[in-house]
Design a protein around this ligand. Sequence first.
Ligand code: ADP
Ligand code: MG
Length: 616
Amino acid sequence: MSIPEKHSFQAEIQQLLDIVIHSLYTDREIFVRELISNAADACEKLRFLQASGQAIVDPDAPLLIQVKTDEKEGTVRFIDSGIGMSREDLVENLGTIAHSGTKAFLKGLAEEKRADAKLIGQFGVGFYAAFMVAEQVTVESRPHQPDGVACRWVSQGTTGYELEASSRPQRGTEIALKLKSDAATYAQESTLEAIIRRYSAFVPIPIELNGKRLNTVQALWTRNRSEIKEDEYNEFYQFLGHDHQPALLRLHFTADAPLAIQSLLFVPQTNFESMGLGRMESEVNLYCRKVLIQSKAKHLFPDWLRFLRGVVDSEDLPLNISRETMQDSSLMQRLNKALTGRFLKMLEETAEKDPETYRKFYGEYSRFLKEGVVTDAAHKQGLGKLLRYESSALDAGVHTSLADYVKRMPADQKEIYCLLATSRESGLSSPFYEVFAARKFEVLLLQDPWDEFVVEHLDRFDDKPLRLAEKADLDLSDKPSSGLSDEQAGALARWMKETLGEKVNEVRLSKRLLDSPVLAVDSNKYMTASMRRMLRSAKRDAGGLEASKSDFEFNPAHVLLAQLDALRQKDAALAGKVAEQLFDNARIAAGLLEDPREMLKRSNQLLTELLAAKQA
Ligand code: ADP
Ligand code: MG
């Protein structure tokens, strides 16, 4: 037995240890991730040396990471058959914080221009995470050289460490933690199993916990697309997405610049929010070299892409960074931008090459795209390309993109017209549609109440303004012949304004009605009936929405108006009632009448008078 040799930590180490132990990491459990990552790195390094023909002790010993817990003793051990550390390595790598042996190794490789080994560590503090949970850490290591000498390193993570000779025969490193009393849970097999599965499920070296193999699923995203079978993708998705159905869409892509990204993303068959299961949470996990950094990573995608599931792996992420720092880092924003752009491009390609699948996707997820248009200014134009609507120019059930609509626009049409309607039929029979039919302008039939906000926020597509049909400033090209002279029509308008009084804002002769007698629009240029309804229901309790005022348009060419004009000379009282009823009819058609009670009463009176006149 040799006598242990005492060493003090490097000068700044006390301070740095304090930071690592108390504030660098938010979750104590990540010490498991760090020690396993180091073990995996050590194995990868060995594999590399072996491949480059170096002499290695126990060349046939398999590369393996073993984790062993002892609840009674309150210990957990991490054992690997990797590269190992000599006495000098131990002093250098573990006695010096922020000295990363991995970095030195990579630098050595780079100098040899063979920097192809895939290693996790870069930052040089991961090992010290062990002291968050351990009152004592013992590292026993046998380096890989055939003549290597084993050594033991022991520390309480306070002032320094002790070194002594070791009789460990097998290649590699064993790190034993004597857990602090408040960290006893980490000696429990079930606790450790959950942690390893969470962070290290895809580490490419086999991991055994108390003899049981834990990581059996491959990190599929790091493999070459052309070598992966459909079944493998399905299996992976089901493992990752906890979904019994295969995914609806998949995006597997790799980028080197400006960021190194490997990503495998899935869209589930079903939109789980539509099933009333509440708001979904993004289930995309962020990895760095196959090691989990953040599960359900926030800010990796915009909120409206929260239906995605999958994996994003970026070598550019520093592994040892804590969660808080990740979130505001500009790196995250750059990842977000690159990933979102790529995903939108994939949707566009799908729409083009596989319309059937795109239709399914749109059926499930159109609301998310619309949410994106409204909330994400950076992507709204890209999202505009993905919207689909029924159109007056196409058969029922057929959807068009805005791009195709624009292609069909005649030269004299300057705007994209959108008609809000509860159904295709009601849209096409609405008085607002008449002017478009007459001028042969195509109208998109928007049937989702959200579409009004989409039109408002998207504002234009391909430089063409999007215009709600009811707000369009369009005249019929040929004025229909009228039973009323201009003068008579003008007098009728003035009389109507007098008769309707405060209820109406403005009465005018319509230039857009062909078959309908009357039409009403909200006087507020920026307000529509459906928006008013939505605001009203949102403000029901606050009660603060100003009452709606409508403009009233009538069609002087319509026979009803000529008859009304004649009636008002003979029976002004009856004509007044008819005018009020016409105004209410127009407001009903436009969805602007809030309280129908007065209208119903009047309508019954008019019917009574009609029947009485018939019987007379
Ligand atoms: P990093 O992994 O970022 O380099 P760590 O603090 O995690 O920093 O580890 C410091 C160094 O200690 C590593 O770079 C590596 O050289 C060495 N090391 C740690 N654990 C092992 C191990 N199990 N086998 C071999 N070397 C190790
Ligand atoms: Mg490390």
